[in-house]
Ligand binder design. Structure first.
Ligand SMILES: Nc1ncnc2c1ncn2[C@@H]1O[C@H](COP(=O)(O)OP(=O)(O)OP(=O)(O)O)[C@@H](O)[C@H]1O
Ligand SMILES: [Mg+2]
Length: 559
């Protein structure tokens, strides 16, 4: 029998025309044309949407990114290496969604919300879109509440507010992650939910970090989203959006959340890799043209919502790694221009022992000023100015005694302030402690102590204040204010402690001879038996003893 193609075609056409719409259950199914490096080209998905989730065999999820005339370019999540040419692909009709909810707290998950720790499944049914339009201006309100990092240099000079986007930028190994981790630890008992997104780091580093958070009791309030270095680029690309979606769950429920993206440099390069594989045209530094939009649409989602919408907030702390402190490279300039300020870390400072290695001169916080507590504003107001004055004069320090008194004074003050702002990692300070410490510097009390002894002085001062002025500290903590009377009392307590600790210089800055003050060299010596009696004897004569005078206001010498 002869087959006539024309006839067959017309029969088929008749049959198809005869089909009633809706009578058959149709899902749009396509076929994999090619697959490599976690990227698939799929034929036959004519109505596919951009960013639509696709279903592939072996539990692999696809995300349609390139909609082209005759095929769809999709990135694959999961065991993409099991996908072969000819596999069928189903449309889901949904955009990419991420599991969210309280159940994720305390957990370490991958960007698709699957557990990476050994605590079993995550019981949550809620999801949120990975990509979500950021709220507009009318839905927002000004940033006014602080996110306390517990680091004096940040809370004092570069305050961060809830809903702000503050960039942490610096070379490798300058303590960028440490700042974010300290912030999370400092907020463990506060109403701030933290999400740490690790992009392109070694898995062992992330696990270590989780252990650190657990040791410090900060994991219960935290979600870790990990897309480690050995993962395919699409997973790293989606990680910050996933973290953001998890944060938005809390944001839109009227709570406060903090997202750390560590780091967006690796995110950008994962996106570049993905885009090149999808054959998108490369632009500057081979990044695709929309790499700015990649980060801006992520960071725009940080917000302080207005009260009608629940007043929730999402703060973003993106991290960027620079090469040789070059902030004018493509990705750093992009993210600097998107954020509301940056904390700039420098290797030189880090290696000279100034840690956290923040360059105060070029670090800024554009909106956090209103969020700073009043007490901190009061005591730290002069801090930045004093420090920058010191930086200007630092070069002259070698001339020593030939300098005029004014310069000498600025140098003395500056040296001590630098020392004051040094802080070990994992030791965030409460607001009260910070205010007291900074006040001892800006109030000039530290000028009487040798630079080498400043750290010890401050540690002892804080211990003393906790035992003897806990009410005062509590008041600062609670109200965030430092009232006139409290300021006086704080000043006096510090002045008393200076005398007790043993100053190295008198009030005019002249060195005190040995024996002139009750200066004692070592901690052991100060705590040795008999020493207290001697100190009491001393102070009886000049009515300067701290514990006596704090209780006896009339006998007190003015601070
Ligand atoms: N304030 C600090 N005091 C003492 N050591 C610190 C401080 N901050 C960070 N470090 C140490 O410096 C090293 C680098 O810190 P961290 O990992 O935070 O830097 P990073 O900039 O995130 O590095 P990377 O570029 O590798 O991500 C760590 O060993 C950390 O323990
Ligand atoms: Mg790091």
């Amino acid at each position: 029998m002869e087959i006539k193609p024309d006839e067959i075609a017309s029969i088929l056409r008749e049959r198809i025309e005869g089909l009633e719409t809706g009578s058959a259950d149709l899902t749009e199914v396509g076929t994999v044309l090619s697959v490599a490096d976690g990227i698939a080209r799929i034929h036959g998905l004519d109505n596919c949407m951009a960013l639509e989730m696709l279903e592939l065999p072996h539990g692999v999820t696809g995300l349609a990114l390139n909609l082209e005339a005759d095929n769809v370019g999709a990135v694959l999540f999961g065991a993409w290496d099991e996908i072969v040419e000819g596999d069928t692909v189903k449309r889901t009709g949904k955009l990419l969604e991420i599991p969210v909810g309280e159940a994720l707290l305390g957990r370490m998950v991958d960007p698709l919300g699957r557990p990476l720790d050994d605590r079993g499944d995550i019981a949550t049914t809620e999801t949120r879109p990975a990509e979500f339009k950021a709220p507009g201006v009318v839905q927002r309100q000004p940033v006014e509440e602080p996110v306390q990092t517990g680091l004096m240099s940040i809370d004092g000079m570069i305050p961060i507010g809830r809903g702000q986007r503050e960039l942490i930028i610096g070379d490798r190994q300058t303590g960028k992650t440490a700042i974010a981790i300290d912030t999370i630890i400092n907020n463990k008992d506060k109403d701030l939910i933290c999400i740490y997104v690790a992009i392109g780091q070694r898995m062992s580093t992330v696990v270590q970090l989780k252990e650190t958070l657990e040791e410090n009791g900060a994991m219960e309030n935290t979600i870790i989203v990990a897309a480690p270095a050995d993962e395919a680029a699409p997973i790293k690309y989606i990680a910050p959006y996933a973290g953001c979606a998890m944060g938005e769950h809390f944001l839109y429920n009227g709570k406060a959340a903090l997202c750390v993206y560590d780091d967006l440099t690796k995110h950008a390069s994962a996106y570049r890799q993905m885009s090149l594989l999808l054959r998108r045209p490369p632009g500057r530094e081979a990044y695709p043209g929309d790499v700015f939009y990649l980060h801006s649409r992520l960071l725009e989602r940080a917000v302080k919502l207005n009260d009608d919408l629940g007043g929730g907030s999402l703060t973003a702390l993106p991290i960027i790694e620079t090469q040789a402190s070059d902030v004018s490279a493509y990705i750093p300039t992009n993210v600097i221009s998107i954020t509301d300020g940056q904390i700039f870390l420098e290797s030189d400072l880090f290696f000279s022992g100034v840690r956290p290695a923040i360059n105060v001169g070029i670090s800024v916080s554009r909106v956090g000023g209103n969020a700073q507590t009043k007490a901190m504003k009061k005591v730290a107001g002069k801090l930045r100015l004093d420090l920058s004055q010191y930086r200007d004069l630092e070069a002259f320090a070698q001339f020593g005694s030939e300098l005029d008194a004014e310069t000498q004074k600025a140098l003395t003050r500056g040296e001590r302030l630098v020392e004051l702002l040094k802080q070990k990692e994992r030791e965030p300070l409460s607001v009260g402690d910070q205010v007291a410490s900074i006040y001892s510097g800006t109030g000039g009390y530290l000028d009487r102590i040798k630079v080498e002894r400043v750290a010890e002085f401050l540690a002892d001062l804080r211990t003393r204040l906790h035992s003897e002025e806990s009410e005062l500290l509590g008041r600062i903590e609670e109200t965030g204010k430092l009232e006139e009377d409290d300021e006086k009392a704080l000043g006096k307590a510090i002045a008393d402690f200076v005398d007790d600790f043993g100053p190295d210089f008198d009030e005019s800055g002249e060195p005190l001879e040995e024996g002139e003050s009750d200066r004692v060299h070592s901690k052991e010596e100060r705590e040795a038996p008999g020493r207290t009696a001697e100190a009491e004897g001393d102070s009886d004569s000049d009515s300067d003893n701290d514990s006596d005078s704090t209780e006896d206001e009339e006998a007190a010498t003015p601070a």
